[in-house]
Write a protein that binds this ligand. Sequence first.
Ligand code: BGC
Length: 414
Amino acid sequence: LAEMAAGLEKDGLALKMIPTFVTRLPQGHETVTIYALDIGGSNLRVIRDRLSGNGKIVQEKVVKKTIPDAIQKSDASQLFDFVADAIAEAMIGDDTKDKSLGFTFSFPVSQTALASGTLIKWTKGFTAAGVENNDVVALLDKALKRKGVDVTVAALANDTTGTMMAGAYQSPGSDCCIGLILGTGSNACYVEKIENVKKWKGDPTASGLMAINIEWGNFDSEKRQVLPLTEFDKMLDKQSPNYGSQIYEKLMSGMYLGEIVRLVIKQLQSRNLLLSGTASSQSLDRPYAFDTAFLSQIVADNTPDLQETLSLLRNIGVVNSTLAERQALKEIATAVGVRAAQLAAVGIAAVVTKMGKGATGCSVAVDGSVYEHFPGFRVNMQATMAKILGNDKVKMVLTKDGSGNGAAVIAAVH
Ligand code: BGC
């Protein structure tokens, strides 16, 4: 709570608390046909969305591309040319004039208007040169011009804001005022009273409200007073592309959970305590090769001899494993998942408390693979929030594709 309040007062602190220029929630009756571009992890999507006015969002066309690692780590023009090509592909056959696009860009962006903002710092696996400290909409516009694609960027959004807006559009009247992402990365946004946003230099908003992108993944990264880190967390941080930052995110998001478990296994293996009777494998030796999806499969394995875990291990080159070893592995994976869910719950409980809704609750729109697919994640989160808040009035609503669709909703509402 103290870090949130501090971030609302000035820039440059651990919690960025970014005003998003989203000042109104949708009613569910807005109608528009618009493109939505979603960049946030290794996949990008371009969707032609139709908001049909009854809380429904129809995806008329979807183009999905994996952004190759080499492009993620290239430079601004290569990255945005790749993006512009995908947009051009999505627009094939659409000869309507004045096309517009909502752009979800899921990185810490200092927003300067509804449709412009500067990347503060790359997170997750991205390092493309020449994007940090630049306006990402201007970079996209330039690439669109180079490629001869005619479309106007109507809104720039973080995926948390997009998810909150998509959730609010789809369930009007549900008091959906928090957006949460638990996917490759993690973050949340919420609706704040503009008078509490002390650093806001603009006019008061007509609604008196402003959605704030917390960028909560960086919580406690400066003071290091709160989060208890294990030796594995410290090792992971040291070897990550963004050493020292996003500490909270590194404890609970999909990019890192598998890696934490890989580091634990490697250490136990080196002490002959786990999987010592087997040659090591590519997936255990190469950083980030032990996918978080593996953890979900291991935790979900309820066969008597953990047969599914056995074949998963074989598939990644670990030929021999005893039942006891597989049970230990399941316990490690479960513990890492439970910790992540509990930490995410602490964050939401804090945001709800900050909004003064601890007693009444509200609804939280959630998107992301960890929340959706990690066994028990939702239940563990819900239980921890109930313990902290003393009630179970916070309602979490899975809002699939919210991050993409939401930018379309934002453009329609503003
Ligand atoms: C980014 C956030 C984003 C989150 C979830 C984090 O790494 O900094 O902007 O919302 O990932 O995608």
